[in-house]
Structures are given as structure tokens and as C-alpha cells.
Design a binder for this molecule. Structure first.
Ligand SMILES: Cc1cc2nc3c(=O)[nH]c(=O)nc-3n(C[C@H](O)[C@H](O)[C@H](O)COP(=O)(O)OP(=O)(O)OC[C@H]3O[C@@H](n4cnc5c(N)ncnc54)[C@H](O)[C@@H]3O)c2cc1C
Length: 353
């Protein structure tokens, strides 16, 4: 039995894109211009990657020709931009298997058992399936999602409540500044009196402490008190070894993210410090036909910026044409003037005099 005969009912497509972050979404666009169809997978239940997961409402200022937009707006605009190419999304599915078959095609299988046979695969997996670093206090995990939060989905939940926030980075400080005045009380707990967050946020936080609008405690949460199934206070052990009780209703913990490369590590790709090595002409990996774009790749001078990822998508798409259209010479055309590109975009060709 050949490898392909063991695969049941696969989806055959030009390209599979692993990751629906900003770079995975823009990869659809660059492939679409070259008339390649794509299926997009993401282990999250929504598009937008880190942007939507970590900083949905924060303004981004360095997208070319877009002076400012929120991470959510960026994602919405990318989705609108790729509409003409009708990508098929598979959310809540982690790509678990990737291998090159004897016939040259690429086989991808997801956590839900969906199978693909593709001519090219684009890994746009960012930092991998990322997970928040958790608070190491025995049994506190049972409050996750109710009183213990590693990310903020709906800030209105905290209005009028007593909040304890742990961490010393931007997320911790930003949420302190955001919730002061809305929450009943805000106490920041950080293990030392030094912060990774932006200095302006730290200055503002200290001003608010001086004005008794919030409190800052140097220490670590080492325990909690439970009453009637609810957490009613956390125990904070200070640098002096003394443990103090801090009453609270919600505990927000921002200890940063742990990038988990997950199954990608087992695909036979050349890796360097948990990132995929690519060349800078094609953004191709050591497996022919498999490309890596965005935060997941590494090459000399790499900068983990959205705009770098967008550039990589364009070159990777042209390179993938070698596998999708081996007989065809694919030429660069401008979206402004090319009637062919207007056709694929579904727009009218303007008349120039
Ligand atoms: C707080 C913060 C602020 C930032 N501000 C800026 C800024 O102002 N400007 C800027 O240019 N950049 C900024 N960045 C960086 C920017 O967010 C990243 O460069 C960008 O998100 C990378 O996009 P990506 O599509 O490569 O990866 P990601 O956004 O990480 O998306 C990758 C997606 O792949 C999915 N995935 C991973 N593994 C699998 C798998 N095996 N199967 C299925 N799906 C998988 C993940 O779930 C994720 O949705 C910021 C980052 C942070 C954390």
C-alpha cells in the first residue's frame, strides 16, 4: 500500500497555511494574487494570532501607510483584504503532522483528524501554540476563568471589584492603569521594585500610588484563603519574609508567555533556538515546498515585526509557484495596472488616459 492510499478523504489544495495570525492572513493575499488557493489552520478559535490574543485594543503605529490601528482592526482589515480569495479557515485545529510524500506532495493532519494534501505549506505559527506562564500556588488553578485570569477578555467584569494584579511587565502595568478608577481597588504585586514595563507606565503607576488611587506591594502570591468555594484573599509574602493578607475578588496574573513550539519540533525542520531556519530569497525551510514566515522563522537580521512578515509572504508566494505551477513562468504584476490582478481581486480595471 502506498503512503497516499493510507490517507482517507484528504482535502487537496494548492497551499496549507499553519497559523491565522497577521502574517498567515497576509500569506493568503500574496498567494491569491498568484492564483493559488489556500486553507488556513489555527489552534485558536479565532484569527489574529498574538495581536488578538494578547493586545486586541492596543494601537499599532508601524504598519506602513496605516498611521494607527488597533490589533483587532488590523485583523479585520486583513480578513477583508483576503475576502476575494475565499480562503477556507479551520479554527480550533492544531497542525500535528507534516510530512513530504514520495510523490512530492505535502501531507498535513490536524488535531481533529482533518487531512490535507498540498503542493506547498506555509508555517506562520508565530511563537507556536503559546501559553501563559502560570502562578505556582497549590490548588489555585481551580479558580482559573472565574477569579484567576491570565488574560483579559472582558474588562467590564472587573468594574467595582477588588483586584490584585501580579507581574512587572507591560501587560501588568497597563491593566493597573486601565482599571484604576473603574475597579473598587487595585493592588499590584511584583517580586521586586524594578519593572520590565515601559518607564512612562511605571512613573504613572507610582503617581497613582502616591495619590492613594492604587497600591503596590513588593512580594509574591504564596497562598489564598477560600470561603464558600470563593477565593476571598491572597497571601503575599514580601522580601522581608512577612506574609500579608490582601482581600480580593479577582486575581490577574501577567507573567508573560511560554512559547511552546509543539508538534512543529517533530517535523524534521532545521531549527535554531526554537525557530525555523529559512533563506531570505524564498523563505523556504530545509524541506522543499515548506515555507516559514513571520515570527516563527529565523535568518540573519530577522526582526519580529508584522511588516517583516508581510514582506516574507510576498517572496514565499513567488517561490511556492515553482511547486504549484511548475510549467508556468510567474511574473511580477502591479495591482494598480494589471487587468489580470483586477480580475482575481474582483475589481474593475480603471481607464487611464
Ligand atoms: C504586546 C505586544 C505588542 C506588539 N506590538 C507590535 C507592534 O506595534 N508592531 C509590530 O510590528 N509587531 C508588534 N508585536 C509583534 C507582533 O504581534 C508579531 O510580530 C506578529 O503577531 C507575528 O505574526 P505571526 O502571524 O507570525 O504570528 P502570531 O501572531 O503569533 O500567530 C501565529 C498563530 O499560529 C497559531 N499556531 C501555532 N502553532 C500552530 C499549530 N501547530 N497549528 C495551528 N495553529 C498554530 C497560533 O495559535 C497563532 O494564532 C507585538 C507583540 C506583542 C506581544
Amino acid at each position: 500500500m502506498t503512503e497516499t492510499q493510507q490517507i482517507t478523504n484528504p482535502i487537496e489544495t494548492d497551499a496549507v497555511i499553519i497559523g491565522a495570525g497577521p502574517v498567515g492572513l497576509f500569506q493568503v493575499f500574496e498567494l491569491g494574487l498568484l492564483e493559488m488557493k489556500a486553507h488556513v489552520l489555527d489552534s485558536l478559535n479565532h484569527p489574529g494570532g498574538q495581536c488578538v490574543e494578547l493586545y486586541p485594543d492596543k494601537p499599532i503605529y508601524d504598519i506602513p501607510a496605516v498611521p494607527v490601528c488597533s490589533a483587532t482592526e488590523l485583523t479585520e482589515n486583513l480578513l477583508k483584504q483576503i475576502e476575494p480569495f475565499k480562503p477556507v479557515f479551520h479554527y480550533g485545529e492544531e497542525a500535528q503532522v507534516l510530512k513530504k510524500l514520495e510523490d512530492g506532495r505535502l501531507y498535513v493532519k490536524t488535531s481533529k483528524g482533518t487531512e490535507f494534501l498540498a503542493k506547498a505549506v506555509f508555517i506562520a505559527a508565530g511563537v507556536g501554540s503559546f501559553q501563559s506562564r502560570t502562578l505556582k500556588v497549590p490548588h489555585i488553578e481551580k479558580f482559573e476563568g472565574s477569579q484567576l485570569h491570565y488574560r483579559v477578555k472582558d474588562p467590564s467584569v472587573f468594574e467595582g471589584k477588588n483586584i490584585v494584579i501580579c507581574g512587572g511587565g507591560d501587560s501588568a502595568l497597563d491593566w493597573c492603569l486601565n482599571l484604576v478608577g473603574k475597579a473598587e481597588s487595585v493592588v499590584l504585586v511584583h517580586r521586586r521594585d524594578g519593572f520590565r514595563a515601559a518607564p512612562a507606565s511605571v512613573t504613572k503607576m507610582k503617581e497613582l500610588c502616591d495619590q492613594w488611587e492604587m497600591q503596590f506591594e513588593v512580594g509574591q502570591v504564596t497562598g489564598f484563603t477560600e470561603e464558600n468555594g470563593k477565593m476571598i484573599e491572597v497571601k503575599v509574602t514580601g522580601a522581608d519574609g512577612v506574609t500579608r493578607r490582601v482581600p480580593m475578588e479577582h486575581l490577574l496574573v501577567f507573567f508573560g508567555l511560554q512559547p511552546k513550539l509543539g508538534p512543529i519540533a517533530d517535523w524534521g525542520l532545521q531549527l535554531e533556538r526554537k525557530q525555523i531556519v529559512v533563506d531570505t530569497a524564498r523563505f523556504e525551510t530545509n524541506i522543499p515546498g515548506v515555507f516559514a514566515v513571520g515570527d516563527i522563522n529565523i535568518y540573519p537580521g530577522k526582526k519580529k515585526l508584522i511588516l517583516s512578515g508581510f514582506h516574507e509572504c510576498a517572496l514565499a508566494a513567488f517561490a511556492a509557484a515553482d511547486y504549484v505551477f511548475p510549467e508556468k513562468r510567474v511574473l511580477l504584476q502591479y495591482t494598480t495596472t494589471s487587468p489580470k490582478l483586477h480580475k482575481v481581486l474582483g475589481v474593475e480595471t480603471p481607464h487611464f488616459d
